[in-house]
Write a protein that binds this ligand. Structure first.
Ligand SMILES: Cc1ncc(COP(=O)(O)O)c(C=O)c1O
Length: 430
């Protein structure tokens, strides 16, 4: 069980896993190559049902997994015959128990397990909100220290469902004017500390293969891969993950030969990947694709979908995923997303997070523009059930231990407040 090696499909190197995030030779995205060519489902909790294709030896006892179901309400609304929904969030009647209400809860468990298995004593990560919440939740469950760097505007997103936040969570907020990319810069500086593991973003196979579980769960439920996969993206890591999961399913042989077309959506006015893709470019040109990025980000319906350095042009990144699957990009206005949110909630009966509304709006746009209604479509509702969980469980805010002015603040003062290196000793007792 759980046997894997790492390989770089772009230069053919096989790599021993030391929590390795990069291929030194060609800088393409490395992948996990699993011992099990065919997926067999395991009797393990939540997402660990897909343990065969997760890069970890152990697992964490958490119930969260995507729930795939066949839509009736939205399908009827849009005239689609075969619309499937991957619901990532809280919806107990459907068996959905991702209590932090987003698919980032698929990334956190394998990433923390992998880090621990490779000698990590703490993890640092930057997030506009949902990712930090998911890692904080898993830190509360496991006691594994996490340092979260979050722009002030996203701090309200960091809460723990149903219990008090664990004391191994250290939340650092960044003053107004800093965005997600500033948070990434600061977290990269902190990650240079001995024993501190970077979460690795799209480069971390545990994050990607964790998110790929949405595609695996759908294919198992549908008994085949969907024709189309809709998702809202900021970094696009979820899109890459869906593509890689589909490549494994194709190799498995029981889920079809054709890769699902990735249909990925960004929220206007900040849509650098949409613009680069539409211009037929592998590279994002900041002056053309995200002029005045900070202003654009401040005008988005959901700045969760903002990332100024997405893994787009890198080998094995979003561009390659779109190209290999015959994919398409969509740009969604704030009004379209707000309208789509209501359509989904009225027709399916559960609240969704704003990024998921962007994906719904993309599906609606595709339908208006002639998407063949007989195609089997998988819509990734990447977050939902927040209104619902608020009524049923306590939402316990994580209080920041420090607020900083920008990404270049002196590290020493910061570490004193975090309690480093004493914090790192904590993980040794776990
Ligand atoms: C709820 C939700 N949906 C979609 C996304 C976009 O994910 P990605 O761009 O990493 O695929 C995010 C990112 O944080 C998110 O929190």
């Amino acid at each position: 069980m759980g046997a894997y090696t790492l390989e770089c499909p772009w230069c053919g190197r096989s790599i021993t896993d030391h929590y390795t995030l990069r291929c030194d030779t060609c800088d393409g995205l490395i992948r996990a190559k699993y011992g099990a060519r065919q997926l067999s489902l395991k009797s393990l909790p939540g997402m660990w049902r897909y343990y065969d294709w997760l890069p970890a030896k152990g697992y964490i006892d958490t119930p969260g997994k995507p729930i795939t179901y066949k839509s009736e309400g939205l399908a009827k609304e849009l005239g689609l015959k075969d619309l499937y929904i991957s619901f990532n969030g809280y919806w107990p009647e459907m068996g959905a128990h991702m209590d932090t209400c987003s698919f980032k809860e698929l990334e956190a468990p394998p990433t923390i397990v992998r880090a621990r298995e490779h000698g990590g004593r703490a993890m640092v990560l930057a997030s506009a909100g949902n990712t930090a919440r998911a890692f904080a939740h898993i830190s509360t469950i496991t006691g594994f220290p996490v340092i979260l760097v979050v722009p002030e505007t996203g701090a309200h997103n960091i809460w723990i469902p149903g219990r008090e936040p664990g004391d191994a969570i250290k939340l650092i907020t960044m003053e107004k004017g800093n965005d997600y990319s500033d948070a990434i810069k600061l977290s990269e500086r902190i990650s240079a500390l001995n024993g501190m593991m970077p979460e690795g973003g799209a480069r971390n196979v545990a994050r990607r293969d964790g998110m790929g579980v949405a595609m695996l769960d759908a294919a198992v439920f549908m008994k085949r891969m969907p024709d189309d996969y809709f998702q809202a993206i900021g970094s696009g890591t979820g899109g890459i993950a869906a593509w890689e999961a589909a490549l494994r399913l194709r190799e498995d042989g029981r889920f079809g030969e054709r890769l699902p077309r990735l249909r990925l959506a960004q929220n206007l006015p900040f849509a650098p990947m949409y613009r680069a893709w539409k211009a037929g470019r592998r590279d994002i040109v900041p002056e053309l694709d995200m002029p005045d990025a900070k202003k654009q980000i401040s005008e988005m319906y959901t700045d969760i979908l903002s990332n100024r350095n997405p893994p787009y042009g890198i080998k094995g990144g979003v561009y390659d995923a779109l190209a290999d699957t015959g994919g398409e990009m969509y740009a969604i206005t704030n009004d379209e997303a707000i309208a789509a949110k209501k359509v989904f909630e009225d027709s399916e009966g559960i609240d969704i997070l704003p990024p998921a509304a962007v994906a719904v709006a993309a599906l609606m746009q595709a339908c208006e523009n002639g998407l063949d209604k007989r195609r089997s479509v998988l819509l990734n509702i990447t977050g939902g059930g927040f209104e619902r969980i608020k009524k049923e469980k306590s939402i316990n805010k994580v209080e920041p231990c420090l607020k900083v002015s920008g990404p270049d603040v002196p590290l020493d003062d910061m570490l004193k407040v975090i309690g480093w290196p004493a914090l790192s000793e904590k993980s040794l007792t776990l």
